[in-house]
Design a binder for this molecule. Structure first.
Ligand code: GRF
Length: 202
């Protein structure tokens, strides 16, 4: 299965995909795209000798024009699954229609709690004692698509976002590659009785 990754930042989740799934079990990362030309994620792709391209907002009339250009490039690279690994832009409906049920995202909270930006800060302000990570399909909403995998961690006295993120990152780096492996294996489907419910065949 050919996988494309969109990332805006550091790209540690992209690196986990390079380290744990790229080149094994029939999975190849064939393209990495970013909205930020200076995203370290693009450099990680170059080191891994994977085609990498930036699509900065200034180069396009609007978001949907940019998203279509990204979709065209990913398609030309043969992408079958699109993984959002810290991609900080909302994708247009037109983009999602090009990869139906084939766009996934990793989010640093136990959805549906704390969607959107600054999820860990939201969770700390709320005073939760349990944090976690969600990998989910992407739909037209903000972090609202069907959940594929989740894992929780108890941090009853956490106060600083940095300390929580330090504990969540290793979980993300396991869960996201695992979701890609499961999808590549054909082990992920939707419950016909409730398409919000993702069924995993292990
Ligand atoms: C991760 O925390 C992910 O959950 C969120 O963005 C962050 C990306 O981190 N969507 P990195 O760039 O992969 O290090």
């Amino acid at each position: 299965m050919n996988v494309a990754v969109l990332a805006s930042g550091t790209g540690t989740n992209l690196q986990a995909l390079f380290d744990h799934v790229h080149g094994s079990e029939g999975i190849s990362i064939v393209a990495v795209a970013s909205d930020k030309p200076d995203a370290p994620a693009l450099e990680r792709a170059r080191v891994a000798r994977v085609p990498a391209r930036a699509f900065p907002a200034e180069g396009f009339p609007d978001r949907s024009g940019r998203d279509l250009a990204i979709a065209d490039w990913l398609t030309s690279q043969g992408a079958e699954l699109v993984v959002l690994a810290g991609y900080m832009q909302l994708l247009s409906e037109e983009f999602l229609a090009r990869f139906p049920d084939r766009v996934i995202n990793v989010h640093p909270a136990l959805l549906p709690a704390f969607p959107g930006l600054a999820a860990v800060e939201q969770a700390i302000s709320y005073g939760v004692k349990v944090f976690g990570v969600t990998v989910h399909f992407v739909d037209g909403g903000v972090d609202s698509g069907p959940v594929i995998l989740q894992r929780a961690i108890e941090l009853p006295s956490a106060r600083e976002p940095a300390e929580v993120l330090e504990r969540l990152h290793p979980i993300e780096h396991e869960l996201l590659p695992e979701a890609v492996r499961l999808i590549a294996r054909g082990a992920v489907s939707f419950d016909p009785a409730n398409p919000r419910r993702v069924v995993i065949e292990r």
